[in-house]
Design a protein around this ligand. Structure first.
Ligand code: AMP
Ligand code: ZN
Length: 451
């Protein structure tokens, strides 16, 4: 199966060739655990999940590493506000992230690397950069990357350094800054009173790492100094990924990553969904409004990862209806063994292989569902095959566990039906339906599922 990806580095669609035959090293910039992620963040992780599932579908082994940023400017600031230790504060949001991940049917990474567990590795990369003359210590003891020493600095976003440096103020200690203010950036931040009890005593002095060095150290430690694919949202390109490339390549003298893939924004009213803009929804907000997390996944999959997606509740309603229709058709298919339809599978491979053409894949799924020439057993097998990539949870349809209360009503209705007590049977049906479930009487007995 041929895979082509749009590589942000070359700005071209490229045929994917892994460094090592059969195994792909994949790194995804993970959450900064200072709050619940919003669904814009989840668009980024659903995209990375689709990429990983596509690689697996194509027959590769994938080593997927995702970091957990549990030390940066925001985690320090907000843990102090709440009067909690950095560890307690970040551990809570890390666990909540895992709950959301499972609800969205995102496959777990092979390893989640916490930044606080890689301080030694970060120090070693920084020391190498100092040794090679790419980094220097400032008066306050912080260490900065000297962008003037790296002739390739800015190659991902194609910065016009000369024009931009005219505006630059020298160096920047904060993790986030704008493209028109390119600076020497902090690798190691010396301690100051605002850090409270968050610090490490190291060969570089007392302090904590900058955000960018975290991902360089964690990715290289787990995937090697040169690996296949790195993903993140579009905003990660500058300064985060630009700085990751500079640090890693100057430290090792090797090319860092072959393929850089970035997802576009989830928007609200035409603006990027962001915590700072206060225009965000968490997955919990969505669930409270009556949408299953997989409805959001379906909405995300209907759009190419490279086009902005405007979030509205009307589109969520449409996604909910579509997904329920798909589930409804699937439910009616016999569960006996079938074979995957080779023609549909070939078309599906072609679609997803072309820079993750998932919307086209979803189009094929609808075509398949309506295709009367495919026998029901094979239809079922082919849907389940597609779902290895789509992850819409078809394998659970028909085997859903019911809450005890509904299960009890189901049993009672079973007895009433066996006794041909149709009045009682109808009462119980109404009762179950009022609780938000659909009841169908099929040849195999009652089928009950949540609306
Ligand atoms: P953060 O926790 O802020 O580091 O963000 C985690 C991931 O979500 C990063 O890859 C971001 O680029 C991505 N991201 C943040 N906001 C959005 C958005 N509105 N749409 C899509 N991706 C986003
Ligand atoms: Zn990162």
């Amino acid at each position: 199966m041929v895979l082509k990806f749009y590589n942000s580095l070359s700005r071209e669609l490229e045929v994917f060739t892994p460094i090592n035959d059969g195994n792909v090293g994949l790194y995804t910039c993970g959450p900064t655990v200072y709050n619940y992620p919003h669904i814009g963040n989840y668009r980024a992780y659903i995209f990375a999940d689709i990429l990983k599932r596509t690689l697996l579908y194509a027959g590769y082994d994938v080593t997927h590493i995702m970091n957990i940023t549990d030390i940066d400017d925001k985690t320090i600031r907000d843990s102090q506000k709440e009067g909690k230790t950095l560890k307690d504060f970040t551990e809570f949001y890390t666990q909540e992230f895992f709950v959301d991940r499972d609800a969205l049917n995102i496959l777990p990474a092979n390893k989640y690397t916490k930044a606080t567990e890689y301080i030694d590795e970060m120090i070693r990369v920084i020391e190498k950069l100092i040794e090679k003359g790419f980094a220097y210590k400032s008066d306050d003891g912080s260490v900065y990357f000297n962008i003037a020493k790296d002739p390739e600095y800015g190659k991902l976003t194609r910065l016009d350094l000369d024009a931009q440096k005219a505006n630059a103020q020298g160096r920047i200690k904060s993790d986030e800054y704008e493209k028109d203010n390119v600076q020497d950036f902090a690798l190691w931040k010396s301690y100051d009173a605002t850090d409270g009890d968050v610090f490490w005593e190291t060969a570089l002095g007392k302090g904590h790492p900058g955000w960018h060095i975290e991902c360089s150290a964690m990715s290289m430690k787990n995937l090697g100094e040169h690996f296949d694919i790195h993903t993140g949202g579009k905003d990660n390109m500058f300064p985060h990924h630009e700085n990751e490339i500079a640090q890693s390549e100057c430290a090792t003298g090797k090319k860092f990553v072959n393929y850089w893939l970035h997802n576009e924004w989830l928007l609200v009213d035409g603006k990027k969904m962001a915590k700072s803009a206060n225009n965000f929804y968490t997955l919990r907000d969505i669930e409270k409004k009556g949408y299953s997390p997989l409805v959001f996944r379906y909405l995300a999959l209907q759009n190419s990862y490279r086009t902005p997606l405007n979030f509205t509740f009307e589109s969520m309603d449409a996604a909910k209806e579509a997904l329920n229709r798909l589930y409804g058709v699937f439910r009616e298919l016999p569960s006996s063994d079938g074979t995957v339809d080779a023609i549909y599978q070939e078309k599906f491979k072609e679609s997803i292989g072309n820079d993750l053409g998932i919307p086209q894949g979803i189009g094929l799924l609808w075509g398949l569902i309506k295709d009367e020439h495919i026998n029901p057993e094979n239809k079922r097998a082919t849907i389940l095959d597609f779902d290895r990539v789509l992850g819409l949870g078809f394998e659970k349809i028909g085997n859903e566990e019911l809450p005890a209360e509904i299960e009890a009503l189901k049993q009672e209705r079973e007895i009433a039906r066996n006794e041909k007590n149709w009045t009682r049977g109808d009462e119980l049906r109404k009762n179950i339906e009022e609780k938000g479930y659909t009841v169908k009487d099929t040849e195999q007995g009652q089928v009950i599922y949540k609306n």
